[in-house]
Structures are given as C-alpha cells and as structure tokens.
Design a protein around this ligand. Sequence first.
Ligand SMILES: [Cu+2]
Length: 252
Amino acid sequence: MLLKIVPPLASNFAAQNDQLFILITILVGVWFIAAEAMFFWLIFRFRARPNVATQYITGKEKHLHRWVSWPHFLILVCDVVIIIAAVQLWVRVKQTLPAADRTVRVVAQQWAWTFTDPGADGVLDTPDDVRTTDELHLLLNKRYHFLLESKDVLHSFFVPSFRLKQDAIPGRIYTGWFETTRAGTYDILCAEICGIGHGVMGAKLVVEGEAEHATWLQRHAHDAALAALNTVNTAPADTASTPAAPATAGAH
Ligand SMILES: [Cu+2]
C-alpha cells in the first residue's frame, strides 16, 4: 500500500501553501547541509595532530571574516524571499474575503463539530437550513464563506486537504473562505488542545456535485421534519424550554 504522506489538494489555495512549504524546506535545507558539511570538515581538517601547533584565530582578519559575513548576507536574502512568499499567501487566504457562492456555519464545542448548510435557498438562518453533527457536505467548484464559532473553549478548524486552519475563539464569529476544487471525502480535525476528547474531535467532509448535494439536502430535510414531528408528539412541554436549536441535533 502506498503511504499517503501529503493529503490531496482540494482547495484553491492548497497548492500555493505546499509551494511555500517546499520553498522553505529547500532554502533552509541547503543552508543546513552547507553548515553541517563545513562544521564536520573543519573538525576533520583541524583535528589534533602531532607536531602541529594549535592556531589561535580571532576571526577578525578580513579573509576569515567574509566566511561569516557572506553567508549571513545570503541567508538574509533567503529570509526576505520566504517572508514575501509567506505574506502573499497570508494576504490571499486570511486578509481578503472574495464574495461567496454559499455560506456555512461551523460551530465547535467539546468535542464535536456542528455544521449548518444554507439549504436549497442558499441563505443561512432560514427554515430550510440543514444542521449536521460531525459531517459537512459542500458543493464542488464553489466558493464558500464559513462562519466559525466556539461554544466553550478554544478549538481550531483544521481541514488538511484544504490547507486551512483557523482558531475558533468563544464569543467571536470568524469569517473565512475557500473554494472547493476536488470531489471526495476528507478529514476535519481540531488543531487546538481543547480537553480530554480533543483527539477524537474529528468530522467528515464530503465535497460533491450538484445532484448528490441536492439528494443529501432532501434526505436531511425529510429527517428533520420527522424529528420535529416526534418532538411535538412526545414532549410538547419541552419546546418552550429549548428556544434555539430544535430537534435535529444528534440525529446524524
Ligand atoms: Cu477542539
């Protein structure tokens, strides 16, 4: 079996993210190898030998000093290249918010994810919204906004295949974005230690075409209607005490 080291690229900025990592790895790696090679060569070259006097070198001589100043200067140039590439990606992903085709709500809590899809009308907070726990369905080749909240402590919304990670802070709503570019089933993880269940705070992400998404929406609308009916039948007195989310929670 082929070992899958790198998750697939499933969002519009995933490739740019990996390019940045490769750039950093190469630039840092070249200097790491150069420094270690020099280090061990010097140890070997100037090892203790009989009848050879130890040299006392201050490093201030011009022909020695440039062995420090030139690498120093070149490493600073590499730093600037890395900073420019990193800021470009940061601005694209975190500092800009292009208009979205659809908006989903993502709520983190100890230790589950709850998602609200805007439903057939594409508008959040309308009766046809679909709420799910630990499963998010998205349309392929669409630009999404996500409204990220936490009900309790710090969490972090981590979608490795999107190369997307965003902290969720209680009391705040964070708006972020991405474009889905590849159909499939992916992982959603929590990337911020949030208690004993942190390690199992995963969810499933399904990126699918229009037809599959419509089927999924219909199935959930049907289930939600059924659940609401059951709640009314079995416990009519309870409806007053639970003003927010009605009966869909936990069913899926
Ligand atoms: Cu968490």
